[in-house]
Design a binder for this molecule. Structure first.
Ligand SMILES: *[C@@H]1O[C@H](CO)[C@@H](O)[C@H](O)[C@H]1NC(C)=O
Length: 308
């Protein structure tokens, strides 16, 4: 009796082990693997740079701590960000940004599970770094300097600077990808990234005509200037638009409200890694690091431009 029970449970155990092995074997193609062509690996690693930036900015902004506190394994030993701070946020915005932070952790995990990746690059997310972008956007120093961490509106404007660039990068990468695994990953990243951009834009749109304290400048004007700066730095025409535009730039060329950005067919714009580097370095040159990346971005594509 006892013997046959143990025989039955041994059989059950064996079956469980075989099932487990089958499951592991079946899922291997979705983990770090050699089936992804090298060009896809490079294109999937590049956005890690932006995902690290978003993860740290949102996590610090909402929760006062970053990857080192919540998911140190995702940093792969890269240096902590410079100048990161907790922002003064209302409960609603804090809640939304905390969700964005954990979404970015998930994105880092998804990319790192698919390609080898690289450690977190040095990031400069100090108030001065954002103040610098705003000064460049307005082509004059704002007085006092813009503080991204001061309140909801400032933090939302600072956030306006980030996911949209990732979004255009995913749209730009998609037609270059060869493997279904890479395309599936990029589609999934693009979906949530554009969702974040839409949430940020909708929150800002609600406040479009509000003056950003203490400047005599509205939220809509800020978005317009930031987008113009990105178009200038990217150097490939208009791929960025503020919240209120000439009707000619709105959907179907017929409306000036511009809660979402799109081309003449209301399709998202795509940017190349080089355009993105020119923007996030703030230098207008993919070979000249700066801005959020004082030592440059990592990965084969970004490094191929450094030191030229
Ligand atoms: C961070 O950015 C600010 C503003 O551009 C700059 O003054 C500071 O030197 C930067 N820090 C580093 C280490 O590059």
């Amino acid at each position: 009796m006892a013997l046959s029970t143990s025989g039955a449970s041994t059989t059950a155990l064996m079956a469980a082990i075989i099932l487990l092995l089958l499951l592991l074997g079946g899922s291997a193609e979705y983990s770090v693997n050699s089936e992804i062509p090298k060009s896809d690996v490079d294109l999937l690693e590049f956005p890690l740079n932006l995902e690290y930036l978003e993860a740290e900015f949102f996590s610090w902004g909402a929760l006062g701590r970053g990857l080192d506190a919540f998911a140190p394994e995702l940093t792969k030993g890269g240096p902590p960000p410079l100048g990161a701070r907790m922002a003064k946020l209302s409960p609603l915005i804090k809640d939304i940004i905390a969700q964005f932070a954990f979404q970015e952790f998930g994105h880092l995990r998804a990319i790192q599970k698919t390609v080898p990746g690289f450690p977190r690059p040095l990031l400069n997310i100090s108030a001065a770094s954002f103040a610098n972008i705003m000064n460049n956007a307005f082509e004059k120093p704002l007085v006092p300097p813009f503080d991204p961490y001061a309140n909801d509106i400032n933090y939302l404007l600072a956030s306006y600077v980030i996911p949209y660039v990732g979004l255009t990068g995913y749209v730009g990468a998609n037609p270059e990808l060869l493997s279904p695994t890479a395309r599936r990953l990029v589609a999934g990243l693009l979906g949530v990234e554009s969702g974040q951009d839409a949430v940020l834009r909708a929150l800002l749109y609600e406040r479009a005509l509000v003056k950003v304290f203490p400047y005599d400048i509205t939220v809509a004007e800020f978005t317009d200037k930031i987008s113009s700066l990105r178009n200038k730095l990217g150097m490939d025409g208009i791929k960025d638009e503020g919240l209120i535009v000439e009707p000619a730039l709105g959907a179907e060329g017929r409306i000036s409200g511009n809660v979402l950005v799109g081309d003449q067919y209301s399709l998202s714009f795509g940017r190349t890694p080089e355009e993105i580097l020119r923007i996030v370095y703030g230098s207008g040159r993919e070979s000249v690091p700066g801005g959020f990346y004082p030592r440059g971005a990592d990965g084969k594509i970004a490094k191929s431009h450094l030191g030229r």
